[in-house]
Design a binder for this molecule. Structure first.
Ligand code: HT7
Ligand code: ZN
Length: 875
């Protein structure tokens, strides 16, 4: 397969100003008639007389230029290219193409496909070429007019981008609808949907007083699960006006929820297509986290209307320009809507456990990659989540007002254009009169930087000296790294826990941002009569690993007193990490296990001091996840990590039994259907306590869990109880799982949870359960949500069983990757990541994982997607 390089970018030779698309929709044989109005691109240096359009899996019926049908000698169909040998050079011209596609055979879910009985499209990144031949690249922006014709009974609803401009009836129970999008857009933002859909409608009045019709389309049985999505959309629209001054531009905003979708959602202009998982919610079917994710994803897709659609990417290497920026915007939005402290911790937790692993492995790449074989493989945690961290650092460096000024200039300067990450940074520079030359390295350098911090306090001069060294491990094709510009937020705490004033460079402040720019730098702070406790990297001000010697007592002190909510939580995490690693050492040396009393005291004070935000309190109680602990180990010992963590959890439950029980009882109220921060926090805290108590494995707790399971009227409580039951030796485990299945068998998204819960269980026999579930009538390889809920959950969220030393987990995963390879290459390649980190395990596991990767690479007819991930994992 061919590699595409950023350095080879050249502007398109031709532009398509206008497109007219006509679809005659049928499940197995959809006819497409496409009228392209083209002209040479004056910016292009190339001078060939030929025009190359791209298409995949298309059946050509006819092609004409300016009304003249082309003969076979006048064009060439060469793989994915349709080359017209000669086109007019000195004037605009029109090409008309007729082709046929088969949506029913399209299990890859790119282009036009069938989801349940609905026809829908997914064009990002390169799906449009599976609809018709085109200049399928984001820097070709066209105005689209689309006419859809279909059977009235099967497809009563016919949707596309923009505004509805016409409709009519035809013979044979067929009808048509025409749509026109007044905004030029790249073809990856094109969409159509046809099906038997119900519309949930509302309205939004913009800041300038325009009325926008809001429409959510779902299948009939889901109409009662759209209220939260609709409210989220209105919240997002208002938030973007208030925070960025950005208003919606069309008169209509549509969202369609589909069952079969490779990712979360898609920001097609005026017609978002969503995975049902990020639309549908009712208190009894969706958890509080689901509610929050829905609001986040609805916000994300809405924010793309400006950061992505009005200003788009020049090429796919610039993906983080729209994705990193939009993730940053959705994180800000969700923080404002819920709790900024909790949201920040959740985001950092995800980044550190998952993106840091990517950055440390064979698939590491910069947020602006330089090469790809299959662009779909670059919708990564690095491009999205680290990309958002890079934008966040720009926000920190420029301040909220400076950042906003920069964004205003960016949107104003580049509205209607396809641009680069460089254009974004330049706009921020120009608007603020600053230079960010060194900062740009974040876009081109992969890997997670390490900050190693030493401190020296001089009592005589009352000075504290902080020495910060930065380094970054080598990553594929980048053996040597240059120093980055890293903003490091700092606070100092006096012995009583209050803030000590920071005297630095002539200013006196409670908190400052240090500009770390060199490989080693010392910062000195004066007028400190006593040695302060350092609170560094507040708010996780940069995506780095911080190495700083800390005693358990110092961490307990920060956990009690740090005014920075992120660092307070972080102190608790690092305290637990140290305790767990001492236990891992003991396990590896077969020594008896003992819990450090300092962690029991620390948890007791967290349990007895709510501080007001109960979701935050629940986070303070959560032990670091096994995947985070794995990231801290040179050679990952899955069993020791699990055993040590379980020991801490169980011992804390034993020693603080009364406190956990008291909090559980206090917050066990029936507040189903209430989603304010108070009720969500009470549920989080109560269920955190239940999770600890369940480790006691006694009758009393079994009873509590079962009671909660059967009496719950909201999914948060029901799932929390079922999870406690499934991960214990509860005698009613099988009965509870059966009962849950029978209760929810009609609700696909709830059944996904049922699969995941069993796939991620730490109890023995889980692998056999997973194998049995693969044969369950509700399992379906063609439904990405189901695949993720079982195969994805097992291989990516059950380290204990997936990494079983007999290699059965690895063999199983490779089997499934190969089965998925032909059905849905995007999903298949996502599953390979379970094997990518093979170098991090012991020699026996390394051999077993490598063997499966080699088996995958040696398979015939491997998709580009799977080939790229598997071969790079082995490199
Ligand atoms: N921009 C969207 C990307 C997306 C996608 C990419 C590849 C294959 C399928 C896909 N579905 C959606 C999602 C987003 O970031 O908003
Ligand atoms: Zn996005």
């Amino acid at each position: 397969p061919q590699t595409v390089f950023l350095k080879d970018y050249t502007p398109p030779e031709y532009l398509i100003d206008q497109v007219e698309l006509n679809f005659d929709l049928h499940e197995q044989r959809t006819q497409v008639r496409s009228i392209l109005n083209l002209r040479r691109n004056p910016q292009s240096q190339e001078r060939s007389a030929a025009l190359t359009l791209l298409g995949e899996e298309l059946q050509l019926v006819s092609i004409a230029i300016d009304g003249q049908p082309l003969e076979q000698s006048q064009y060439l169909l060469d793989g994915e290219a349709l080359i017209v040998h000669e086109v007019p050079q000195d004037r605009p011209f029109q090409i008309v193409i007729e082709n046929i596609i088969n949506p029913q055979a399209n299990t890859a879910l790119e282009g036009l496909y069938l989801s349940s009985s609905m026809l829908c499209t997914q064009c990002e990144a390169q799906g449009f070429r599976k609809i018709t031949w085109f200049l399928d690249r984001p820097d070709v922006m066209s105005r689209f007019k689309t006419t859809l014709t279909g059977d009235k009974s099967k497809y009563p609803v016919l949707l596309s981008n923009g505004n509805k401009v016409g409709q009519g009836e035809l013979e044979n129970n067929r009808h048509w609808v025409s749509w026109e999008d007044p905004f030029a857009k790249p073809c990856y933002l094109f969409a159509l949907v046809a099906g038997q859909l119900e519309c949930v409608a509302d309205e939004f009045v913009t800041m300038s007083g325009r009325r926008i019709a809001l429409e959510i389309f779902v299948e009939k049985h889901n109409v009662d699960k759209c209220a939260h999505a609709m409210q989220s959309l209105k919240n997002a629209m208002r938030w973007d006006e208030e925070t960025y001054g950005l208003e919606y531009d069309l008169d209509l905003y549509m969202i369609v929820a589909v069952d079969h979708f490779n990712m979360g959602a898609m920001e097609n202009k005026g017609l978002n297509v969503f995975n049902t998982k990020f639309v549908l919610a009712r208190p009894d079917t969706a958890t509080d986290s689901d509610y929050e994710h829905i609001e986040g994803v609805i916000g994300h897709e809405y924010f793309h209307n400006w950061s992505g659609n009005r200003v788009t990417c020049r090429d796919w290497f610039q993906l983080s320009l729209k994705e990193g920026f939009t993730v940053f915007r959705d994180q800000q939005f969700s923080g404002d809507r819920t709790s900024p402290a909790v949201k920040r911790i959740e985001d950092v937790n995800a980044l550190r456990t998952r993106q840091f692993a990517e950055d440390a492995g064979p698939l590491a790449h910069p947020i602006r990659p330089e090469a790809y074989i299959e662009i779909n493989n670059f919708y990564t945690l690095t491009v999205y989540e680290k990309g958002a961290e890079v934008v966040r650092m720009l926000h920190t460096l420029l301040g909220a007002a400076g950042f906003r000024k920069g964004c205003d200039l960016y949107f104003q300067r580049h509205d209607g254009q396809a641009v680069t990450c460089e254009d974004f940074v330049k706009a921020l520079e120009d608007a603020n009169g600053v230079e960010l030359e060194q900062f740009r390295r974040w876009y081109s350098q992969a890997g997670t930087p390490v900050l190693t911090v030493g401190q020296q306090y001089d009592a005589e001069s009352q000075q504290l000296h902080l020495t910060i060294q930065q380094s970054c491990p080598p990553t594929p094709n980048q053996p040597v790294k240059a120093p980055l510009h890293i903003p490091v937020k700092l606070g100092l705490l006096a012995a009583d826990g209050s803030a000590a004033t920071i005297h630095y460079n002539g200013s006196s402040q409670a908190e400052i941002t240090l500009n770390v720019t060199e490989a080693e730098q010392t910062f000195s702070f004066a007028k400190l009569p006593q040695q302060p406790v350092v609170s560094l990297l507040r708010g996780f001000s940069a995506p780095v690993t911080l190495k700083m010697e800390r005693s358990l007592d110092e961490l307990a002190f920060l956990l009690r007193h740090d005014s920075d909510t992120f660092n307070r939580w972080e102190a608790g995490q690092q305290l637990a990490v140290q305790v767990i690693f001492k236990l891992i050492d003991a396990i590896e040396l077969s020594r008896p296990l003992q819990l450090e009393p300092v962690i029991v005291d620390a948890y007791r004070s967290v349990l007895t001091d709510s501080g007001g935000d109960l979701s935050y309190q629940a986070l303070l109680l959560a032990l670091p996840e096994e995947s985070y602990l794995s990231g801290q180990m040179a050679i990952i010992d899955v069993e020791a990590i699990h055993q040590a963590r379980e020991f801490v959890k169980k011992t804390l439950a034993e020693q603080l039994h009364a406190e956990f029980k008291q909090l559980y009882v206090q917050h066990h109220l029936d507040e189903s259907g209430i989603f304010d921060a108070g009720a969500v926090g009470r549920r989080r805290l109560k269920n955190a306590c239940l999770s600890y108590l369940s480790k006691l494995e006694n009758e009393d707790v079994y009873h509590i869990a079962e009671q909660q399971f059967y009496s719950a009227r909201n999914m948060t409580d029901q799932m929390a109880a079922l999870s406690a039951i499934v991960n214990s030796n509860h005698p009613a485990k099988a009965r509870s799982l059966d009962s849950f299945y029978m209760q929810w068998r009609q609700e696909a998204l709830v059944i996904d949870k049922w699969f995941t819960l069993q796939a991620t269980s730490s109890m023995p026999n889980t692998f056999a359960t997973v194998q049995a579930l693969m044969k369950h009538p509700a399992f379906d390889m063609k439904t990405p949500n189901r695949v993720r809920s079982l195969i994805g959950a097992f291989s990516q969220a059950n380290p204990l069983h997936f990494h079983a030393i007999n290699g059965e987990g690895y063999r199983f995963l490779a089997d499934q990757v190969l089965a998925l390879n032909t059905l849905n290459p995007q999903i298949a390649s996502r599953m390979v990541t379970g094997l990518a980190q093979w170098r991090r395990y012991d020699a026996a596991r390394q051999g077993l994982m490598k063997q499966q990767l080699q088996r995958i690479v040696a398979t015939e007819h491997l998709s580009k997607d799977v080939y790229e991930i598997a071969s790079k994992s082995l490199a």
